[in-house]
Design a protein around this ligand. Structure first.
Ligand code: ATP
Ligand code: ZN
Length: 286
């Protein structure tokens, strides 16, 4: 099989680390030495192209790359013909409207007749139309957060994660337009071989994601509490139960989801579980 799947990844910036880490967790070895534009993986039929994130949707649409890892915010803004296949669990942020902390603007409707600076004119334009707000959009490509201070705009629409950039610029978040994370996009006309490679990559990505969302739990329980404890543990099938050397006690093994974690642990403890161990899972194949 000579055909390779060409994958576009951000060259440098907020998505670079997460993208390379995910490929690594999928068992794909990539050496991105000395700033190359493209690299062939050593043990999987993919070739990685390092690009500016803004260009990735267009390159994938035009089949320069077959698939790409890029922020959903960019996919929505660029509006190219690509298939969005999977959320990747990193690069989480939101696109928000923000206004000066102590200004006269209070709510979205106050933006009528005002100027909003953004790098996301398409998404912002859609929002303003939907809400019937008649504001003018000033498209700028970087440092949007300083626009109100230098008198370039009355408000901004920009990406936020912790909110610290807004805070240092004396801005406050008014409304969230979009919640975003890195996603996998694909060209919609792949060859059969490329589709096969993509399926295999997706299988690995899903196994990595499932593993991250779950923990392996080991605990000791008195035998008369096993029923109640097992009912608290959903597990992949049912929990594994092994007798301990001490009579009347068993060791219970299961898998629990990260989101239920604290809730379940407390219930397990209050129902007699002891010596609870929580272990990260590396890969999870169902
Ligand atoms: P490039 O040089 O590739 O154009 P960039 O400066 O446009 O890079 P980055 O700031 O590296 O882009 O952000 C890339 C992506 O990371 C964003 O499009 C978004 O999906 C995600 N992201 C996550 N958190 C944030 C944040 N706090 N601010 C900006 N982007 C974020
Ligand atoms: Zn960019």
């Amino acid at each position: 099989m000579n055909e390779t799947l060409k994958i576009a990844v951000q060259k440098s910036g907020r998505l670079y680390e997460g993208s390379m880490k995910l490929l690594k967790e999928c068992g794909i070895e990539v050496s991105n030495g000395n700033n190359q534009l493209r690299v062939q993986a050593a043990n999987f039929p993919i070739e990685i192209f390092f690009l500016r994130d803004d260009d990735i949707p267009e390159y994938v649409q035009d089949a320069v790359a077959d698939i790409g890892f890029v922020g959903e915010n960019v996919v929505r803004e660029k509006n190219k013909k690509v298939d969005q296949l999977e959320n990747l669990g990193f690069g989480k942020c939101r696109l928000s409207l923000a206004i000066p902390k102590n200004g006269s603007l209070q709510k979205a409707e106050d933006l009528n007749g005002k100027r909003i600076a953004t790098s996301y004119p398409v998404i912002l334009g859609e929002y303003l139309r939907e809400k019937n707000i008649n504001a003018s959009i000033h498209e700028i490509s970087g440092s949007v957060e300083i626009a109100p201070r230098i008198g370039l705009a009355d408000a901004i629409c920009d990406l936020v994660s912790s909110g610290s950039t807004l805070f240092t610029n004396e801005l406050k978040e008014l409304e969230i337009l979009l919640r975003s994370e890195a996603v996998l996009i694909s060209n919609n006309n792949l060859t059969a071989t490329k589709k096969m490679i993509l399926e295999s990559l997706l299988f690995r990505i899903r196994s990595v994601k499932k593993a991250k969302n779950n923990k392996y739990v080991l605990l000791n329980a008195p035998n008369d509490k096993l029923d109640i404890i097992c009912s608290l543990l959903p597990g992949m099938r049912s929990p594994t139960i092994l007798p301990l050397a001490e009579t009347g006690w068993s060791s219970v093994h299961s898998v629990i989801s990260e989101s239920d974690f604290w809730n379940i642990i407390e219930k397990l403890k209050s129902n007699g579980a002891q010596g609870i161990l929580i272990i990260p899972i590396e890969k999870m194949i169902l």
